[in-house]
Design a protein around this ligand. Structure first.
Ligand code: NAD
Length: 358
């Protein structure tokens, strides 16, 4: 298997955690005789420093020429006074829109050894494995018109979805559910919003093509409560852009640390893979960042771009084993629990690498 990967490591802890993700990809490639090639490209603050722009044209071209894009994180405090369009984060938003991926997959998995890190009781989080499928290119974040008229003291955003936009993301959710516990929970606000009524109508139509998958609809407000009370009941959660942004962050509570969460954005010209966390300026350069979110992101590259499901699973199992063996970066360490091995970014990466059984 040949895979050209654009590597956009970015700022802060981005390069530190991306390095560990690349070690994992290299190990899988070496073992299976696959050819993974990498192109390093600038994005974010490092791109502003080198090229004066957060997303140089060479990065756009290089990413479009790849089979998959692996991003670390962007953001640096020294750009805080810059206008939004010139900040490192603008580079990330632009590459996402250039690539055009519309289905943002955010798994939320509760690893048993981290049960004490969650604000939720262990009996509630144990066994939780939710896949959020968030529509990423539509809804309130992109709808036009949008404006803020300061004189009139009025602001306006538009929530808009076409049937085609809902259908394409719903199909991805149902297909994913077929390979999991065969349940889709579609989240909307159909008791109030016409857009949600269209959403629910289209999802019901798509469901007819997947008779092996159970579909339920939940209103977003009650879903926020169900997620915390009974997260085990959910498998694939399908949402529009805003609701998915909020609910997938809420579900981050289940995992115990932001450093544990991977993501993949599918459906565009090139799939974009990135851990959910940012550049973490408070810990950058200290070698203590948790690389697991980035390593699980590499597993998503294996699954969704390389078609190497067995290898992706092997990486995920290795992460679970390393956590069970007590390895903890600072963010997931608990001083009051015996048997924990406090490790650096590199040591955690190495422990996962050693635990991968291919
Ligand atoms: P952040 O995710 O960078 O950090 C939030 C907190 O979580 C910090 O205390 C940080 O130390 C911790 N944390 C995050 N990732 C961690 C990891 N892997 N291991 C251990 N601890 C980790 O969010 P923020 O502080 O709000 O933002 C910092 C910068 O990152 C800002 O410039 C922001 O705009 C940017 N940002 C970028 C992305 C992205 O690149 N996808 C996402 C969010 C924020």
């Amino acid at each position: 298997m040949n895979l050209k990967i654009a590597v956009l490591a970015g700022d802060g802890i981005g390069p530190e955690v991306t390095n560990e993700a690349l070690n994992v990809l290299n190990a899988v490639a070496k073992h299976g005789g696959h050819s993974f090639t990498y192109t390093d490209l600038l994005i974010g603050g490092v791109a502003i420093d080198a090229e004066g722009t957060p997303l140089p044209q060479a990065t756009i071209d290089g990413t479009l020429a790849a089979d998959a894009a692996l991003l670390g994180a962007v953001g640096h405090n020294k750009f805080n006074s810059f206008p939004p369009s010139q900040r490192p984060e603008a580079g990330l938003l632009k590459i996402r829109s250039v690539l055009g991926g519309f289905a943002n997959l955010r798994p939320s998995v509760a690893y048993k050894p981290l049960a004490d890190n969650s604000a939720l009781r262990p009996e509630i989080t144990e066994g939780v494995d939710i896949m959020f499928v968030r529509e990423l290119l539509g809804g309130l974040y992109f709808g036009e018109p949008r404006w803020w008229n300061r004189e009139e003291k009025l602001a306006h955003n538009t929530m808009v979805y076409s049937e085609a936009e809902v259908e394409r993301v719903a199909r991805i959710a149902f297909k994913l559910a077929q390979g999991r516990k065969k349940k889709v929970t579609s989240v909307d606000k159909a008791n109030v919003l016409e857009v949600s009524q269209l959403w629910r109508y289209v999802v019901d139509q798509v469901a007819k093509d997947f008779p092996d998958v159970t579909l339920e609809h939940q209103l977003v407000d009650s879903m926020a409560i169900h997620l915390m009370n009974r997260p085990k009941d959910f498998d694939v959660v399908l949402t529009e852009n805003l609701f998915g942004d909020i609910l997938s962050d809420e579900a981050g509570v289940i995992t115990g640390s932001l450093g544990m969460l991977p993501s993949a954005t599918l459906g565009g010209k090139v799939n974009l893979y990135e851990p959910v966390h940012g550049s973490a300026p408070d810990i950058a350069g200290k070698g203590i960042a948790n690389p697991i979110g980035a390593i699980l992101t590499a597993a998503m590259v294996l699954r969704h771009s390389a078609g190497l499901e067995k290898e992706a699973k092997a990486v995920e199992v290795a992460v679970a084993e390393v956590l069970a063996a007590g390895y903890r970066t600072a963010d997931i360490a608990r001083g009051d629990i015996a048997g924990q091995k406090k490790v650096s970014t590199g040591e955690m990466g190495k422990a996962v690498l050693d635990a991968i059984q291919l």
